[in-house]
Design a protein around this ligand. Structure first.
Ligand code: ZN
Length: 295
């Protein structure tokens, strides 16, 4: 089986990005895995500290590993937004394939100092683990927001991206390029879209020369996502869109069978709703070459 690093490299060469989908229960995991298998593309599932707290760090690692082994399928596990070295070490020891070490709320130099230390510590536990660092401000909370925060003052610059990557040794960088965690109500209704600063992505890619992740991909304009991938984005994170689909699918399942109490008869509606969102995003991320192959 190819490593996550190899698959990121291959995706980059073919003009594709790997989809990263947050999960916090079996419904979401089943939906992501089913969509990726159907399209036969590698996939990343991620859990933030809160999501890991709910599911169990070692438990989700065992679950994802069992899927990868039984189906010989490239599904990988990411410890999303990890704010302390202790939590990062816990995930690395449990067998996570990558860690997002996120100290972007700290002053730049402090972020550099602690991220460098985390890279060294995590690679000592697992030399092939990929460590992602984050600079700039992309907001918090993959949920529905009433108002957009003003993130324009803390967009990442190519210069700081280069300095951060060279000083820390991260494998992957998460820059702030117009993206934002969560969705506005108008985005859930499809009335507005997030727009990306594609020029800035190109500049950061040229300067930093590492894999780039786009966080907060939910509700982003499709054409902007395609351009961002062409400009050097290698991983796109989607969370809120899945959560919205999870809830509406669950409500539909309950409404269809008002007297049902058997979870595995109610929950397939939620799996199907999430799977549709994942599949449509994976098709978009697969880019030109995969489009020619008919997926
Ligand atoms: Zn994120």
């Amino acid at each position: 089986m190819n490593s996550l690093r190899d698959l990121l490299q291959q995706a980059q060469q073919s003009g594709a990005a790997i989809g990263h989908f947050n999960i916090s229960d079996l419904v979401l995991l089943k939906a992501v895995f089913a969509a990726a298998r159907e399209l036969n593309v590698p996939v990343l599932v991620g859990l933030s500290e809160g999501e890991r707290e709910f599911v169990g760090v070692r438990q989700i690692a065992a679950f994802v590993r069992s899927l990868r082994e039984e189906f010989d399928f490239p599904i990988f596990l990411n410890a999303d937004h990890t704010h302390s070295l202790a939590k990062a070490v816990e995930a690395a020891k449990a067998g996570f394939d990558s860690i997002v070490f996120d100290l972007s709320a700290l002053p730049f130099q402090e972020n550099v100092r602690q991220t460098k230390q985390a890279v060294e510590t995590l690679k000592a536990i697992n030399p092939s683990i990929l460590v992602e660092g984050e600079i700039g401000d992309i907001g918090t909370g993959s949920e529905i927001h009433d108002a957009a925060p003003d993130l324009s003052k803390r967009l990442s610059s190519p210069e700081e991206a280069k300095q951060f990557v060279e000083s820390t040794g991260v494998d992957i960088l998460a820059p702030a390029v117009g993206n934002m965690h969560g969705m506005l109500r108008s985005m859930v209704q499809g009335e507005t879209k997030k727009r990306l600063d594609v020029e800035r992505i190109s500049g950061i890619k040229r300067a930093a020369r590492v894999f780039l992740t786009l966080h907060g991909g939910s509700g982003t304009d499709d054409a902007d996502l395609r351009k961002a991938i062409a400009a050097g984005i290698n991983i796109v994170h989607i969370n809120t869109e899945l959560r919205v689909a999870w809830r509406s699918g669950l409500e539909r399942g309950l409404a269809k069978q008002p007297d049902e109490v058997v979870p595995y008869k109610i929950l397939p509606s939620a799996v199907e709703a999430v799977k549709q969102v994942v599949a449509s995003r994976l098709k978009l991320f697969a880019g030109e070459r995969h489009a020619a192959q008919g997926i």
